[in-house]
Ligand binder design. Structure first.
Ligand SMILES: Nc1ncnc2c1ncn2[C@@H]1O[C@H](COP(=O)(O)OP(=O)(O)OP(=O)(O)O)[C@@H](O)[C@H]1O
Ligand SMILES: [Mn+2]
Length: 370
């Protein structure tokens, strides 16, 4: 058993203690954000999928539009709306930092993370809304002001944010009032609990002209990461897990790493914000594996799980997991599923190169964390 809110109850007066939501929160530990076999997970998913919305507000953090939904029994959900079709690929001339967020990528990333046995993406579902009765009629005054009817007679809203929040990028019912989106359970936030936001050492430049050091210095890990005491605990291996996860889902946008400090010093990363993954299926971005290639460390338990999943058929497990019986159109098109299998092989090849250089015992670390 790891550390959980059950024992700790940080700032417990602030948490909504007598709710179904808090029953779920108590299953979060320093190892995972849900217990995959628990009735509490089923309950969260049910609330996100079917819960009636009592209020819709804009989430103030972040660059693209997200809504904060008030749901029954203490639950809150984070809605990312449909923006592009399932087979849309990132425009070749667009940088990762102006790429659009995809709700289907959030849904797929939750399932990939779960199949991989990380259980570090907060529970998330896809559902249909009625943009008028579920959102407009429940909207706060600020959000309500941004609604309009498009020339095609669809109900739309614009919201306020720094990317894609103008009339030409509005979120519209298609057709009429029908809106699709992903909804993730909102975890407690400050002042209820403390989060730590760590700047990713392998963060990209977020500039069209600048390069960052890790892109040209192959000794970057030794010179900057390994000598940093903050990484002399589970964080280094968590970062390798994250690099593997991000490579498989094709996420170039991991600028920060987040963890819940209230769960103690041995707390794991939470795989938040995967909306820019699954941008391309016809190519694999090897630069996402740079932390693994340069540091040549990997968590043994993760490797063992990946190995097992490889033999069971990775993409098939993901497709089965995604097949939840809800009415949404298939989340990952065949090309994305094929990319998952192809990328898992590439990850193994990288680990193999590391092991040839540093021996198995120099790469695979058993830190007792699964
Ligand atoms: N499920 C969640 N529970 C609690 N807090 C969350 C959750 N999802 C997101 N947040 C908080 O909201 C912030 C913004 O969310 P997210 O990263 O998904 O949006 P974004 O528009 O991609 O933001 P950014 O531009 O910072 O990448 C996160 O950094 C985190 O602090
Ligand atoms: Mn983001």
């Amino acid at each position: 058993m790891g550390d959980s809110f059950q024992e700790q109850q940080p700032n417990s007066q602030l948490l909504r203690l007598n709710t179904t939501w808090f029953q779920y929160i108590k299953t979060i530990t320093n190892f995972h954000v849900y217990d995959p076999n628990s009735s509490e997970l089923k309950n969260v998913l049910k609330h996100l999928q079917h819960g009636t919305i009592s209020e819709a507000n804009e989430m103030s953090q972040g660059t693209q539009i997200k809504l904060l939904l008030e749901l029954p029994n203490g639950f809150q959900g984070l809605l990312k709306p449909y923006r592009v079709p399932r087979n849309y690929q990132t425009q070749p001339d667009h940088f990762y930092f102006s790429d659009v967020e995809r709700h289907h990528a959030e849904i797929a990333a939750f399932h990939v993370d779960k199949v991989l046995g990380f259980n570090r993406v907060p529970p998330l579902i896809g559902r249909f809304f009625n943009i008028t009765s579920d959102i407009r009629e429940k909207a706060t005054a600020e959000l309500a002001k941004t609604f309009f009817i498009s020339p095609a007679h669809n109900t739309c809203f614009r919201g306020h944010c720094s990317y894609y929040c103008d009339t030409s990028h509005a979120v519209c019912g298609k057709p009429g009032d029908l809106l699709e989106g992903s909804v993730q359970v909102l975890l407690p936030r400050p002042p209820e609990i403390n989060w730590q936001k760590i700047t990713h050492p392998y963060r990209r430049s977020y500039s069209s002209i600048k390069q960052v050091e890790w892109e040209s210095n192959e000794n970057f890990c030794y010179e900057h990461v390994m000598i940093d005491e903050d990484y002399h605990n589970r964080l280094l291996l968590d970062m390798m897990d994250l690099s593997a996860f991000d490579f498989l889902i094709g996420n170039l946008d991991r600028h920060h790493m987040m963890r819940i400090n209230s769960l103690g010093t041995n707390t794991g990363l939470i795989h938040l914000d995967n909306g820019r993954s699954f941008g391309r299926y016809d190519s694999d971005d090897l630069s996402i594996l740079t932390p693994i290639r340069q540091c040549c460390f990997f968590r043994y338990a993760t490797f063992m799980r990946l190995y097992k999943i490889y033999h069971q058929g990775f993409s098939k497990l993901v497709a089965d997991s995604l097949d939840t019986g809800e009415t949404l159109q298939t989340i990952l098109v065949e090309e994305h599923l094929e990319a998952l299998d192809r990328r898992l092989e590439i990850l193994f090849a990288h680990l193999d190169t590391c092991m040839k250089k540093h021996k198995v015992s120099g790469v695979m670390i058993d830190d007792g964390i699964y």
